[in-house]
Design a protein around this ligand. Structure first.
Ligand code: TYM
Length: 329
């Protein structure tokens, strides 16, 4: 049985990228493995140091994950800040993480471009905290989207470095995982790049049917007329990528064929895509509302998750302290 860890920041609602990049894989794994799922609320402070309502954000993201089908009876579902052991491992791993390698991380370079007035040390050491999240449970697999691939490479490096430095075979080297083998990048509706929480290009699981229709109908497609034999442009290919995950294969084929023969009408394609997204998200949206209203249930999930996660984390920390040489007198 493998140990699996997955997480999400608490900075915004869940979108289709989160769902198809990470959650679907986690759902397939939760029954056969030792699975941990958590809300990364420490990480959220690297970009949102003073959220309007941190607690409400965490609650919303938790309810959304549970609504997707993550089962707290099978998986350990918890909040990162409920497990302080992770901060100790973060500190210890920081001693063997080098500023040069952290500065070269793509996500760090992106973030400092986006928030030049807040280049905090937490941003620099983000991959170290993420590695601590994963290896504190001695995980083997981490279901994530393509954007997290480099962080997973770094996690493996930190785990390997610890093992080599202390001459032990303690931490497994965890792999970024997708059942389809290739990690996914779900694009946004704005023509280029990935779907994100704050890029204004996403469809959220909590969006109403009306909002979804409006967003999809406004999605970028081609500017000029299509020429025979031409491959779909990036914005059009992006719509096909989203269609592939929410629509029936026959629907995708229908529009692919229409594109190949230059008969495609993007308005029709978008209408179909919007309806397929609505069909997919509607039951989840209803569940989110039900779960959010059930405060007792949420409180029980969180306290049970914290207890289970702390058990696993404190076992690791005890051994790590022993390995490094912190021993009781
Ligand atoms: P976050 O909150 O940005 O995203 C959560 C998960 O969703 C995936 N994802 C996507 N997948 C495909 N296409 C997209 N457009 C897309 N957008 C997001 C992400 O790859 C991720 O799997 N650093 C993490 C949170 C984290 C974590 C961890 C994850 C902290 N510690 C330990 C796993 C294990 C993050 O920012 O995810």
């Amino acid at each position: 049985m493998d140990t699996v860890v997955s997480g999400i920041r608490s900075t915004g609602n869940l979108h289709l990228g989160n769902y198809f990049g990470a959650v679907t894989n986690f759902l397939k794994m939760q029954n056969e493995n030792n699975c941990f799922f958590f809300i990364a609320d420490y990480h959220s402070l690297t970009t949102h140091p003073k959220p309007d309502d941190l607690h409400a954000n965490i609650k919303q993201v938790l309810a959304e994950y549970l609504a997707c089908g993550i089962d707290p009876e099978t998986a350990t579902v918890f909040i990162q800040s409920d497990v302080p052991e992770v901060t100790e491992l973060y500190l210890l791993l920081n001693m063997n993480a080098y500023v040069g390698e952290l500065e070269r991380t793509t996500s760090f370079k992106e973030k400092i471009r986006k928030q030049p007035d807040n280049i905090n040390a937490g941003l620099l050491t983000y991959p170290v905290l993420m590695a601590a999240d994963i290896i504190i449970h001695r995980a083997h697999k981490v279901p994530v989207g393509k954007d997290q691939e480099q962080h997973l490479e770094m996690t493996r490096r930190f785990a390997r470095r610890f093992n080599t430095l202390y001459g032990v075979d303690f931490f497994p080297e965890p792999d970024a995982y997708n059942f389809g083998k290739k990690l996914l990048k779900i694009p946004g509706l704005d023509g280029s790049g990935k779907m994100g929480k704050s890029e204004g290009n996403g469809i959220f699981l909590a969006d109403t049917a009306q909002v979804i229709r409006k967003k999809v109908m406004k999605a970028v497609t081609d500017t000029g007329p299509q020429k025979p034999g031409e491959k779909p442009s990036e914005p059009v290919e992006n719509l096909f990528t989203i269609m592939k995950v929410v629509s029936d294969p026959c629907t995708v084929k229908y529009f692919r064929d229409k594109h190949a023969t230059c008969e495609i009408r993007y308005g029709d394609m978008k209408k179909q895509l919007a309806e397929d997204i609505i069909k997919f998200t509607e039951p989840i949206r209803e569940r989110i509302a039900e779960i959010l209203a059930d405060k007792k249930y949420l409180a029980a999930v969180v306290s049970q998750g914290a207890e289970k996660a702390r058990q696993s984390a404190s076992r690791t920390i005890r051994e790590v302290r022993e390995i490094i040489g912190y021993r009781p007198f």
